[in-house]
Design a protein around this ligand. Structure first.
Ligand SMILES: [Zn+2]
Length: 451
């Protein structure tokens, strides 16, 4: 009796130990299985350090951008233009789908593991338009920078191009200055001095808080004096009203307004516009910009309100703000992964549209819209933009290291082609001279996808 009792106890201990281990394994398998399977030591998935089985990444128009069987897209320009969306083989680009959705790409699922009963592999379809990405890449020329275009009604990102880039089928030596920050997707990961595009934030604060704003006259003598310091303007605008001040991007008018609005309110509007916020784009966080004026003197506050001082803005974040202006004050969150289907056609992932919190009241959004439309009519011209109902703002952001960063950002006020966009050309010079022509080429190409 005593002997049997002891055996039973030992057996019970063994059973409990076995069940505990199994449970730990199953829990970890469910949680981390997709991570184990993509581990480079897994010879079922990797051959010579490269992925060897599985799926395809397509653009919205059905162009093959990458497949584990055939490698990257045909055409060097398209490979470079879509590199930051598709990803590189060393997984150094954090927005690259090869990295963010590797387990799905190789056809891993919880039940079957990497076993694929059907030919073909997983299909990941992006929202990007191949022609528009190629056009943006070419339009940036040899300069660094980024171009983003998205549908502000649906959230689909049509163009996400970042330069410098490289040909992933023929990787060059990336150590030189020409490739500085090459792995950074500048649309989601870059931050830049915004210059005058920031006047759209200051303008929103002015519209909401300055009485009689539209009946006011501002005086520009090639600049103005704030707190004993000269705030230089790019022109000599004389006496201007608010709408004309925005159209001509008058620093004197906006310096005066910034001080009148005050630190706290301006900071509040910067925060509401998304500067300093991290947005999540298909699970990838954008870089935060900043607007810090707690310790700013009057002249510094004036410079901050015209997009200089220590201001920094992320291009994707600002494109979202443009989406909010276009969309009655609330932006639809941009995304670039449309759907993921298994080899046997089952959807594994499908994007559900989501909205950001309110950035502007409906009335303020409408006011900004008409101010931006007016700026296009009286200052930038409609050449090459005819019929687009373009609402936009340029920025020429002074920086310490060379020529200014050139910005052009805005949207098309049209129900049938609801596109918002941002262009930043690093050290590109003037917004109107450099960034605007890039936007023109890209928008003309993007509209063809709607035909
Ligand atoms: Zn001026």
């Amino acid at each position: 009796m005593r002997r049997i009792g002891r055996r039973a106890k030992i057996l019970a201990v063994v059973i409990v130990y076995f069940l505990t281990c199994s449970t730990v394994f199953l829990v970890r398998y469910a949680k981390d299985g997709s991570g184990w399977v993509v581990h480079p030591a897994n010879q079922n998935v990797y051959a010579n350090g490269e992925l060897k089985e599985g799926g395809t990444i397509l653009s919205a128009d059905g162009t093959e951008l990458f497949s584990l069987e055939n490698g990257y897209a045909d055409g060097e320009t398209l490979r470079k233009a879509t590199l930051h969306a598709v990803g590189d083989k060393s997984d150094s680009i954090n927005t690259g789908v090869i990295k963010t959705n590797k387990a799905k790409l190789i056809g891993y699922d919880f039940i079957n593991g990497v076993f694929q009963p059907f030919e073909g592999g997983t299909q990941i379809t992006l929202t990007l338009d191949a022609d528009t990405c190629r056009a943006a890449y070419n339009a940036l020329g040899s300069r660094k920078g980024t171009v983003g275009v998205y549908n502000y009604k649906t959230g689909e990102i049509i163009c996400m191009v970042s330069k410098p880039s490289f040909d992933p089928e023929n990787v060059p030596d990336l150590s030189g200055k020409a490739y500085e920050g090459v792995y950074v997707n500048r649309l989601t990961g870059g931050v830049y001095t915004p210059g005058s595009v920031f006047k759209l934030v200051t303008a929103a604060a002015a519209i909401d808080t300055i009485p009689n704003l539209y009946s006011r006259t501002f005086t520009c003598k090639g600049g103005t004096t704030i707190g004993g310091e000269w705030i230089k303007c790019s022109g000599n605008h004389g006496n201007v009203d608010f709408a004309t001040a925005l159209a001509h991007s008058c620093n004197a008018a906006f310096a005066e307004l910034s001080v009148e609005i005050g630190k706290e309110t301006l900071a509040e509007y910067a925060a509401k516009s998304g500067v300093g916020k991290q947005f999540s784009i298909n699970g990838v966080d954008t870089s935060m910009g900043k607007f810090r004026v707690e310790n700013a003197a009057a002249a510094e506050l004036a410079w901050a309100g015209i997009g200089q001082y220590t201001d920094l803005v992320n291009p994707m974040g600002y494109m979202i703000y443009m989406g909010a202006v276009a969309n009655g004050g609330r932006a639809v969150t941009p995304y670039y992964i449309k759907e993921i289907k298994t080899a046997y056609g089952l959807p594994q992932y499908f994007h559900f549209p989501s909205k950001e919190g309110r950035m502007l009241s409906e009335e303020t959004a409408a006011s900004l819209k008409s101010l931006m439309r007016n700026a296009v009519k009286v200052e930038y011209g409609e050449s090459g933009f005819s019929g687009m109902e373009l609402c936009a703002k340029t920025g020429t952001a002074e920086v310490d290291d060379g020529a200014p960063h050139a910005w052009f950002t805005g949207f098309l006020d049209r129900e049938d082609t609801p596109l918002a966009f941002v262009v930043v050309v690093e050290n590109g010079g003037s917004g109107k001279g450099t960034a605007l022509p890039v936007a023109r080429t890209v928008l003309q190409t993007a509209l063809k996808a709607f035909e």
